[in-house]
Design a protein around this ligand. Structure first.
Ligand SMILES: Cc1cc2nc3c(=O)[nH]c(=O)nc-3n(C[C@H](O)[C@H](O)[C@H](O)COP(=O)(O)O)c2cc1C
Length: 365
C-alpha cells in the first residue's frame, strides 16, 4: 500500500461524489455484460449507494431486468463492488439482492465514512484488468491441477465443470454451433446484436456495445458483418445457409480448446445472480494468473428462450434437441447451464472494451 489518495471529492456533471464512493462505483462499472450493454444504474444520496437495473436506458432492450443475462451481469457488478468495499478505509454494509415491488433496485450499501479516502494503489486491483479475449488461444494444454487451484470452491448452489478432452470439446462445440445457428435465424436477436456492433472510432467512443476490432475477423469479415447487419439481407442470405457458416465460425474456437469451464445453477433469479458473482471472481483470478477468457452465452440464451416460449415455432425442434444434449453433458440434477467460459493462453493481447461515461450510469442526489 502506498500513501493515501489526496483527492477526496470528484465533481461530476451529476454532482459531488466522494472519491471512495467513486472508487466503488467504478469497480462495479468495470463488470462484464452481455454485448457490453452495461444495464446498471448507480445512485448516491450522501449516505447510501444503490445499484439498479437501468429501466430507462435498457428496459426496451433484448434482456429484461429479470433475465438471466442481466442477473449474471448484476452479480458481477456486485461482486466487484463488494470486493472494492473491502479495500477502502470505511465500513460498507451491503444488502442484496433486494427485490422490491415496482423498483429495479438490486443492492444497497450504507457507507459509514464516505470521506475517508482510499489508498492510491486500490486502482491497480486486478478487477479493473479483467477482460474478454475473443482471439485465438495457443494450443498448449492447461494442466487441470493449475486451474483447479484457481477456482473457488463451488458455493451454495453453483456448480462448475471443467472440460478439456477432445470428445467433450467436440460435443460442446456442436452445441454452440446449434445454438448459434438458431441465433442467426431470429430477427429480434439478430437485429439486437447488429445494433450493438461498433464499426467506426466515433461509434466505439460512445463507450458501449461491441467494438468489432475485438473480434477475430478474417479478411472481408468486417464488410460482411456490416452487410449482414440488416435483417432483410441476413434472412435472404439464410436461404443459402449463411447462418450455418456464421455458427461454424462461432463454434470453431471451442473445438480448438484448450479448455472450457461451465457454470451451472438452479434456474432461479437468486442463483443466477450468485452465478454471476462466482463467474466474476473466477474470471478476475484467471486473468490475474495470465489466462485469457471468453464467455459463451449462446447455449444458455437459446435454452432460456425456448423454455420461456420466446422462439419462433420453426426452431422448437432444434431447441428441444439442444436442451436434451446440453443436459446430457452437464449432468448436474436440477441445474441449468448459465455460462461457458473458454479459457487458454492468449496468442495476442485483446483490445479492452470501453465503458459509458460514468455520468450516464450515475445519479447523485
Ligand atoms: C451475460 C453475459 C453474456 C456474454 N456473452 C458473450 C458471448 O456469448 N460471447 C462473447 O464473446 N462475449 C460475451 N460476453 C462478454 C461481453 O461481451 C463483455 O463482457 C463486454 O463486451 C465487456 O467487455 P469486457 O469483458 O472485456 O470488459 C458476455 C458477458 C456477459 C456478462
Amino acid at each position: 500500500m502506498v500513501g493515501l489518495c489526496l483527492r477526496e471529492i470528484t465533481i461530476l456533471e451529476t454532482g459531488e461524489l466522494p472519491i471512495l464512493v467513486e472508487y466503488i462505483i467504478r469497480a462495479g462499472h468495470a463488470a462484464p455484460s452481455a454485448d457490453n450493454t452495461q444495464p446498471w444504474q448507480f445512485s448516491w444520496d450522501g449516505a447510501a449507494l444503490s445499484v439498479s437495473f437501468d429501466e430507462a436506458r435498457c428496459g426496451g432492450g433484448l434482456f429484461k431486468a429479470s433475465s438471466p443475462a442481466v442477473l449474471l451481469a448484476m452479480g458481477a457488478v456486485i461482486e466487484n463492488m463488494v470486493l472494492a468495499s473491502s479495500l477502502v478505509n470505511s465500513t460498507v454494509n451491503w444488502s442484496f439482492p433486494v427485490y422490491k415491488e415496482n423498483t429495479s433496485e438490486l443492492a444497497v450499501a450504507k457507507i459509514s465514512n464516505p470521506l475517508s479516502g482510499i489508498n492510491e494503489d486500490a486502482w491497480q486491483h486486478g478487477l479493473f484488468a479483467r477482460h474478454t479475449n475473443r482471439l485465438a488461444y495457443r494450443k498448449k494444454r492447461i494442466p487441470i491441477e493449475q486451474l483447479s487451484g484457481l477456482l473457488p470452491e463451488p458455493e451454495q448452489d453453483i456448480g462448475m465443470q471443467i472440460f478439456d478432452s477432445k470428445d467433450e470439446l467436440h460435443e460442446l462445440a456442436q452445441l454452440v454451433k446449434m445454438a448459434s445457428s438458431m441465433r442467426f435465424r431470429i430477427s429480434e436477436v439478430h437485429e439486437w446484436f447488429a445494433g450493438t456492433l461498433r464499426f467506426t472510432p466515433s461509434q466505439v467512443a460512445q463507450g458501449d456495445g461491441l467494438d468489432v476490432n475485438t473480434f477475430p475477423l478474417p479478411p472481408g469479415g468486417r464488410a460482411l458483418l456490416r452487410y449482414t447487419s440488416s435483417w432483410r439481407r441476413m434472412s435472404m442470405l439464410n436461404r443459402l445457409n449463411v447462418y450455418k457458416v456464421f455458427a461454424a465460425i462461432e463454434a470453431q474456437p471451442i473445438e480448438a480448446g484448450p479448455l472450457l469451464l461451465a457454470i451451472t445453477s438452479p434456474d432461479t433469479a437468486k442463483s443466477q445472480f450468485n452465478a454471476g458473482r462466482l463467474m466474476e471472481r473466477v474470471w478476475c483470478d484467471l486473468n490475474a494468473s495470465g489466462f485469457a477468457v471468453q464467455p459463451y452465452y449462446v447455449i444458455a440464451d437459446q435454452i432460456t428462450r425456448y423454455l420461456g416460449g420466446a422462439l419462433p415455432p420453426e426452431l422448437d425442434e432444434i431447441a428441444c434437441k439442444l436442451l436434451a444434449r446440453t443436459k446430457r453433458v452437464l449432468d448436474k440434477d436440477g441445474h441449468k447451464l448459465q455460462m461457458l467460459l473458454r479459457i487458454g493462453y492468449a496468442q495476442q493481447p485483446a483490445i479492452k472494451s470501453r465503458r459509458l461515461d460514468i455520468s450516464k450510469v450515475l445519479t447523485v442526489s
